[in-house]
Design a protein around this ligand. Structure first.
Ligand SMILES: [Zn+2]
Length: 271
């Protein structure tokens, strides 16, 4: 059996319900879980290096508030709770640029804890998986997140960015060519880049997914809901690729789409 986790990043208090519904109804109908890496309290002035608003803000439209908590959008919270196929995991706190790419221990601890508190206040279960904004974690952030979460999902791991005491386990993972590994009680999951992205030609996306899924036991597929609604308009061709992906994943008898939580059951081999 092979396993796939679909991770959609950047849901936040300004995400329109209809965007998620349009993208993920075909997954939910087939019983395929959708893991939403959710920004607890989005900062509305995050800019790209060229000065434009961050993509997830562009798709949301302007808002006068400086930060918006997911708990300030009861319509979205209700929608997510009514559809148990959605699994909310924690995606940073404000999603500012270098939020977890820092060595300030007290600040990092505070952001982790405040982010969790917002998700709990909204009524979601305590998140056990952490995803850092831009997949950027310092050694200090990794250590702090590993004390509070059971799973950290990120792009890849570099020894220079790991707590020194993780190095022996990391060397072993490298030596065995493992995509995913454990240190103490925390499970560390990597992913093969954002395959479901508008930066790739639509025709190349599903073949790339199929190849990656064949190559490993457990594949984390990352996408971003707002990429399908750039400039407020749905990208129909790209949405169709996502829906073809849902059909492909559901039709493989040797493949199961799971939630991050399922990895914690101990029934899913990591590699
Ligand atoms: Zn993000």
């Amino acid at each position: 059996m092979r396993y796939v986790i679909l991770r959609d990043d950047d849901t936040n208090g300004l995400t329109p319900v209809e965007c998620l519904e349009r993208l993920y109804r075909p997954f939910l109908e087939r019983g395929l879980p959708v893991n939403l890496a959710t920004i607890p309290k989005v900062q509305t002035n995050v800019r790209l290096p060229d000065g434009r608003p961050e993509g997830f803000l562009g798709a949301c439209g302007p808002d006068a508030r400086e930060t918006v908590g997911i708990d300030e959008n009861p319509e979205l919270v209700r929608y997510l709770q009514r559809n148990p196929g959605y699994q909310v995991v924690q995606h940073g706190y404000h999603h500012s640029v270098a939020e977890f790419d820092s060595h300030r221990r007290a600040e990092i601890r505070e952001r982790l804890e405040r982010g969790t508190a917002v998700l709990l206040r909204a009524g979601f279960p305590r998140p056990r998986t952490f995803v850092a904004p831009y997949d950027k974690l310092s050694a200090v952030s990794l250590a702090a997140a590993s004390r509070r979460f059971a799973i950290i999902s990120t792009g890849w791991f570099e020894w220079r960015r790991l707590p020194a005491r993780w190095w022996p386990a990391y060397l072993l993972k490298k030596f065995r060519h493992r995509a995913h590994w454990r240190v103490g009680n925390v499970i560390l999951l990597s992913h093969p880049g954002c395959l479901l992205s508008f930066h790739r030609p639509c025709a190349a996306i599903l073949p790339a997914i199929q190849e990656q899924v064949r190559r490993r036991r457990l594949t984390v597929l990352v996408t971003h809901w707002w990429e399908y609604f750039r400039d407020g308009r749905p990208d129909q061709a790209f949405i169709e690729v996502l829906h073809r992906t849902a059909a492909y994943l559901a039709d493989q008898s040797d493949l199961r789409v799971i939630a991050f939580e399922d990895v914690l059951s101990g029934q899913v081999p990591l590699n």
